[in-house]
Ligand binder design. Structure first.
Ligand SMILES: Cc1cc2nc3c(=O)[nH]c(=O)nc-3n(C[C@H](O)[C@H](O)[C@H](O)COP(=O)(O)O)c2cc1C
Length: 207
């Protein structure tokens, strides 16, 4: 079993990385392998809604980490996405990545347990946490919870490490992720067959 942890900060080893490292260490204790994938700090396009990805599970743009993220999520058993809070929301680079990763490929991520982790200096963690969870709940990904909303406070890694409650919350989300993955493996259950998706765009169809 393996879990992919996406570090959506422009800092490779900043606060978000410190938070994700705590999750990774606890997963390892529970016998689950993991990998932290940094999205980098180079330019990332937003989604241009060209719909080229539809049915392909790949973005038409190949000059950043988006297609790598899609392939790695498909290969993983579980997913954790970490974001610093920027103006009360998801950091811009990560938002661009996630919109393009999930637009079509979300159908390939169904039933993979997922968790959001946020890192902020002071405020906006709740909004950011909710916004990240939207990607999972539109994708049939079971959301893994903890004893609080998964977040840490700090502007530097040493401040994050001093956030004892935040770090404990992250260890528990790792435990719950490992538990869910191991339950699923032990039960050997396959997902139910799905209905073809209905999509109506809220217009009134001609009857
Ligand atoms: C553009 C920008 C906007 C930010 N907005 C917020 C904010 O709304 N609330 C907050 O608490 N911290 C805010 N911060 C601080 C970061 O969220 C915080 O330092 C975070 O822990 C950094 O994580 P990192 O080291 O992984 O990049 C902002 C930082 C930047 C660069």
């Amino acid at each position: 079993m393996n879990v992919l942890l996406i570090n959506g900060s422009p800092h490779k080893e900043g606060c978000t990385y410190t938070a994700l490292s705590e999750v990774a260490a606890q997963l390892e204790k529970r016998g689950v392998q993991s990998e932290i994938l940094w999205i980098g700090n180079g330019p990332v396009r937003g989604c241009i809604d060209c719909k080229s990805c539809w049915g392909k599970g790949a973005c038409v743009f190949n000059d950043d980490c988006v297609n790598q993220c899609i392939q790695k999520i498909i290969a993983a058993d579980g997913l954790v996405v970490g974001s610093p809070v920027y103006f009360g929301g998801i950091a811009g680079g990560l938002k661009c990545v996630l919109d393009r990763v999930f637009y079509d490929a979300k159908r390939l991520f169904s039933y993979k347990p997922a968790a959001a982790v946020v890192s902020c200096r002071r405020g906006g963690a709740g909004n950011t946490f909710d916004a990240l969870n939207k990607y999972f709940t539109i994708s049939s990904m079971p959301v893994v919870s903890s004893q609080y909303w998964n977040g840490v406070h700090g502007d530097r890694p040493e401040e994050v490490r001093a956030d004892k409650e935040g770090m404990q919350t992250l260890r528990l989300v790792a435990d719950n992720m490992a538990w869910l993955l191991q339950c699923r493996q032990a039960a050997g259950l396959e997902p139910f067959e799905r209905e073809v998706r209905v999509k109506t765009n809220f217009y009134k169809p001609e009857l």
